[in-house]
Design a protein around this ligand. Structure first.
Ligand SMILES: *Cc1c(COP(=O)(O)O)cnc(C)c1O
Length: 252
């Protein structure tokens, strides 16, 4: 099939990202060898046709970070028909008053951005109204590893407390892992990204303090510019948009 110059080749993008993930895995230290990083294709501001194209190329996990856009995509008739095994990750900032809008969506798999006890409580309370009977909603705790004011996420010093709260008080939630966005524009040539190291330390701390097995706590870190570096440092969930779907103009 001929493609116009302006069209991105999603299939080729997927292939290239997956092979770069595989190569990065080979560069990891031995204790990380058994972990298989999960690729989350981030389709924000990209049309439904490209999501379907990635799905048809074998991709299953997709991330969105605007509630309204996730709503439109997850309930789209063509996606519901053609992408029956799609797994949606919400990766944006979630306001408490939008919780039900997200929880009711078909094929919702994971909320990566829980950053307060209040939000955890709201998700825990409302999930039974929407999820299959006795199911748990997967969540990640978002950590502001860079300490930048404009970033969402809790302070690293609060991760243990929130984790404990989720494990003990939120019977309808399943802790899938920890997530960070990290500072913009860090150059991996300057050494291991301090944000990624920080997230790993948070995981070690909750595992030690709360008796969890670190292999069961995913680390969501790494995007188009640095997913290979993140994998080498132990990421098990990379969120990649541009490298799959092409350049994305800024919202608004
Ligand atoms: C947009 C976005 C991504 C993907 O960014 P790219 O640089 O396009 O790969 C990953 N994570 C979050 C939270 C995002 O908002």
């Amino acid at each position: 099939m001929l493609r116009r110059m302006s069209e991105v080749d999603v299939r080729q993008g997927m292939k290239s990202v997956l092979s770069r993930i595989e190569e990065a895995c080979k560069r990891r230290p031995p204790e990380l060898e058994a972990l298989e990083p999960r690729l989350v294709a981030v389709g924000k501001l990209k049309p439904i046709s490209l999501i379907i194209e990635a799905y048809e190329a074998g991709q299953r996990h997709f991330g969105e970070n605007y509630v309204q856009e996730l709503e439109e995509k997850a309930t789209n008739a063509e996606i519901l028909e053609k992408c029956k095994e799609i797994r949606w990750h919400f990766i944006g900032h979630l306001q408490k008053n939008k919780v039900n809008k997200v929880l009711c969506l078909p094929n919702l798999y994971l909320i990566e951005t829980v950053d307060s006890q209040k939000l955890a409580t709201a998700l825990n309370t409302n999930w039974p109204k929407f999820g299959p009977p006795d199911s748990k909603l997967r969540i990640m705790i978002q950590v502001n590893t860079s300490g930048e004011d404009e970033k969402n996420g809790i302070d690293p010093s609060e991760v243990c407390g929130l984790t404990e709260y989720v494990l003990k008080e939120c019977g309808n939630l399943l802790l899938d892992g920890l997530m960070t966005i990290g500072r913009f524009g860090y150059n991996p040539e300057d050494g291991p990204n301090p944000d990624f190291l920080c997230l790993k330390r948070c995981r070690d701390e909750i595992c030690q303090n709360l008796g969890l097995d670190w292999k069961n706590i995913n680390l969501s870190m790494g995007m188009s510019d640095d997913f290979e570096h993140a994998i080498e440092l132990g990421s098990t969930n990379v969120r990649v948009g541009t490298s799959i779907f092409g350049y994305r103009p800024k919202k608004e």
